[in-house]
Write a protein that binds this ligand. Structure first.
Ligand code: SAM
Length: 326
């Protein structure tokens, strides 16, 4: 019998964002502090068997969508094996991946064979020098090959996540949107969130409304796309004549907390109620000390009681996105 996971506001939780590592092969300015950060020791990171056990516990309780994230998930060894095993868990309908795309080209086929359902690729710039200034690395060609390989493997749509930042890549909003013209690519513009150190020193974040205005002044009114159950928080549109779509994830100006159906599992085994809420509960230690499944489930339910109706901690300076799993 399925027991639904419901939070204290009656929202049914059906979606887990699973961070498989705190390591990343990029150093994005909005994600990692300039002075670097302390990495967790390897034995602090959950093993795949532990992640699978948690997903099993959650699947019995109505979680049916898993998004694998990081850090950078593709730096974790044998990731396709994890995907394959999650796909076997009864009740799991969708396993998706969010990646920076750097290592994707060589892994797309294995991920496809393992049963990955969708891939989102983060890309903030199409110019090598800007890409380098945002990520600290010269890996734009690898990311572009990753996008191509995902399209060739028949992943459709391929979603591109871009964070426009004033004075950094805001000149590229139109060229990023143009990726949606010829192929089934959905370019989603994400509002920069105040996570991590250094946020307050930056220029004001760009709102979805401002980005939409820019696109409409170039191409005319965007055509709304009828929402589907797979949409998540993005509001979807098409530029007239485009094959793909553009979308807006307005985490800051039009938050979607009222319909939030997600929880997060960090790479070190904490259940987190929300990206912007540090009220986590550690389930790794109890599991390693022999807690049974119903005890673990009760700990997870405790986190749900801490899930707010709106963002609770802004700015969230105590943690970086790379450690939470964005
Ligand atoms: N490494 C993977 C990737 O690049 O997609 C997964 C982790 S990354 C933290 C997930 C997403 O969070 C990326 O699309 C990234 O752009 C986004 N992100 C990170 N910091 C952010 C911030 N402060 N505001 C908005 N989005 C952010």
């Amino acid at each position: 019998m399925k027991i639904a996971l419901t939070d204290r506001h009656g929202r049914q939780i059906s979606y887990l964002r699973l961070s498989v590592t705190d390591r990343c092969n990029l150093r994005c300015v909005y994600c990692v502090p300039p002075e670097g950060r302390q990495l967790f020791a390897h034995d602090e990171i959950l093993r795949y068997e532990e992640m699978l056990r948690i997903v099993n516990i959650l699947a019995v309780r109505g979680i049916h969508k898993i998004r694998i994230t990081g850090g950078e998930p593709l730096v974790r060894k044998d990731l396709p094996c994890l995907v394959r095993e999650i796909k076997k868990i009864p009740g799991i309908r969708e396993v998706c991946l969010t990646t920076n795309g750097v290592l994707l080209a060589d892994m797309t086929d294995d991920l496809k064979q393992a049963g990955i359902d969708r891939i989102n690729i983060s890309l903030d710039s199409l110019k090598s020098e800007v890409f380098h200034s945002i990520t600290g690395m010269d890996r734009l060609p690898s990311v572009l090959s990753g996008i191509d390989s995902a399209l060739k493997a028949g992943m459709s749509p391929v979603k591109i996540n871009a964070v426009p930042m004033t004075g950094i890549n805001n000149e590229e909003i139109e060229s990023l949107a143009e990726l949606s013209f010829q192929k089934n690519i959905h370019v989603r513009f994400i509002e920069e969130m105040p996570v991590g150190i250094g946020y307050s020193e930056k220029l004001p974040p760009l709102s979805s409304a401002a980005i939409r205005e820019r696109l409409e002044s170039r191409w005319g009114s965007l055509i709304p796309v009828f929402p589907s159950s797979l949409d998540g928080p993005a509001r979807r549109f098409q530029i007239p004549g485009a094959k793909g779509e553009v979308g807006f994830i307005s985490s800051m100006t039009r938050h979607f907390c009222g319909t939030c159906n997600r929880i997060r599992l960090t790479a070190v085994g904490e259940i987190r109620p929300c990206l912007l809420n540090d009220a986590t509960v550690d389930i790794k230690k109890p599991m390693r000390n022999g807690a049974d499944d119903s005890t673990v489930a009760r700990l997870i339910e405790r986190v749900l009681m801490r899930k707010g109706l709106a963002h609770e901690q802004i700015p969230l300076v105590s943690t970086q996105m790379v450690s939470i799993g964005g």
